[in-house]
Design a protein around this ligand. Structure first.
Ligand SMILES: [Zn+2]
Length: 234
């Protein structure tokens, strides 16, 4: 049996563990970030702010309208109570009342427009609130699925870790050191290269017949002359 055989099994297991740990990290990151909900909440906050601002504007216009009404009423009271001494005073007062009434009409149009805008702002805020509720519900639904997936991955990782210990127990310490060192240095943590058509599956280099023999039955590990990985003849 090739000395590389248990290392090859260890490599398959470690690759699976790498994948499982990466997937678990991605799921945990997704569980910790609820960007859709945060985004919807930010939109809602800005819609509520716009509504508040519009509401203050409408209230102040209403106050202005009432103050105009009061002035018109006061002037009209003066006109009808006959407390006016000269014709000029009468004409001036009549003109002022007409002007105030024109202002009042313009003011009323403005107020109506602002009230419509206020209603629109309220509608926008309602829509934003519904979007927040939707996002929060999806977040919870996705969360259930993600928690299930994470739990399955944790089970797989812990089973793989047990199998790993069992495999490692049967590998000479020196071979394990070579493997560990290569795994840390090689892309994708691939320390063991299986062979395809008598060539290294990782770099394509064909080993000499002596090296090939060593890989098959040798008492020491055979390292690929091209990439330095442990050769497993398969
Ligand atoms: Zn190679």
């Amino acid at each position: 049996m090739s000395k590389a055989e248990p290392l090859y099994r260890l490599q398959l297991l470690d690759t699976d563990l790498d994948n499982a740990r990466r997937q678990l990290a991605e799921i945990e990151a997704a569980l910790n970030s609820n960007s859709a909900v945060n985004h919807a909440r930010a939109e809602l906050a800005s819609a509520q702010q716009a509504y508040q601002k519009q509401s203050v504007g409408v209230k102040s216009l209403e106050l202005e309208g009432r103050s105009l009404d009061d002035r018109i009423k006061a002037d009209e009271d003066r006109l009808y109570t006959g407390n006016i001494r000269t014709p000029k005073e009468l004409i001036d007062l009549q003109r002022e009342v007409e002007m105030l009434k024109r202002n009042r009409a313009t003011h009323e149009d403005l107020l109506l427009n602002e009230m419509l805008a206020l209603e629109e702002a309220a509608e926008t805020a309602r829509r934003c609130q519904a979007a927040v509720d939707d996002a929060a519900r999806h977040w919870q639904e996705d969360g259930v699925m993600l928690h299930e997936a994470a739990s399955k991955l944790r089970d797989r990782i812990s089973a793989d870790e047990e199998r790993r210990e069992a495999i490692c127990a049967g590998i000479p310490r020196a071979d394990l050191a070579v493997y560990t060192n290569l795994r840390a240095r090689k892309p994708g943590g691939v320390a063991v290269a299986s062979m395809k058509s008598e060539a290294c599956s990782q770099c394509g280099e064909a080993p000499s017949s002596v090296l090939l023999q060593q890989a098959r039955t040798g008492s020491t590990l055979a390292l690929c002359g091209g990439c330095g990985r442990i050769l497993f003849p398969g």
